[in-house]
Design a protein around this ligand. Structure first.
Ligand code: ZN
Ligand code: ZN
Length: 187
């Protein structure tokens, strides 16, 4: 995904955007790691080794430079790690939103692992390292009707999503952004 974000937006704003489009499931903690410094929403001064964490109320202009690569982590248990690269710093056309999506991948498509021919719509979160990972509606229905006994105790279905958090914790996709990106048509 490529986004354009205002220089006076904060790391909080970026955190909010990443949560909204890609990772939010049940309000886990998150942090940025930029140039060896950790930035968190509510940094804890009393605990930890090395550099104390700073607050995500810093603006992007204060902490980022062009070419910089930094990391974002959501959920310190089942962590989703995202690498962010600052491609450029430039004067853009005036925009109302802090964040504008410039480009994004199409939703991934997977064939059902069970029947092998239908388009899968579910991922079995209990089997993420196994071959029976993806499920189509028809095979899920068969399972519910008791036709696929071998799998019955071993399923936890989550929707297939256009997100690096697909199949993790209770992630069910974004409530705000569609899976398929549609660019703005310039007027
Ligand atoms: Zn969760
Ligand atoms: Zn199937």
């Amino acid at each position: 995904m490529i986004i354009q974000i205002k220089e006076n937006a904060t790391l909080d704003d970026l955190d909010r955007f990443i949560r909204d489009i890609w990772v939010e499931c049940c309000g886990h903690l998150s942090a940025f790691e930029i140039d060896g410094v950790s930035y968190e929403r509510e940094p804890d001064d009393d605990f930890g080794w090395g550099e104390p964490a700073k607050s995500t109320n810093h603006t992007l202009k204060q902490v980022l430079t062009t070419g910089m690569i930094f990391n974002y982590e959501y959920d310190f248990g089942s962590t989703t790690e995202i690498m962010v690269k600052v491609l450029d710093h430039y004067s853009a056309q005036k925009q109302n939103e802090k964040v504008v999506i410039l480009s994004r991948n199409n939703p991934p498509q997977f064939a059902c692992s069970i029947c092998g021919n239908q388009k899968a719509t579910w991922i079995n979160a209990f089997r993420i390292y196994d071959e029976d990972l993806f499920w189509c509606e028809e095979c899920v229905n068969k399972l519910e009707e008791g036709e696929l006994e071998a799998y019955e105790n071993d399923v936890c279905f989550l929707p297939i999503t256009n997100s690096p958090r697909m199949g993790v914790c209770g992630y069910e996709g974004s409530d705000i952004y569609p899976e398929q990106f549609e660019p703005d048509i310039p007027k």
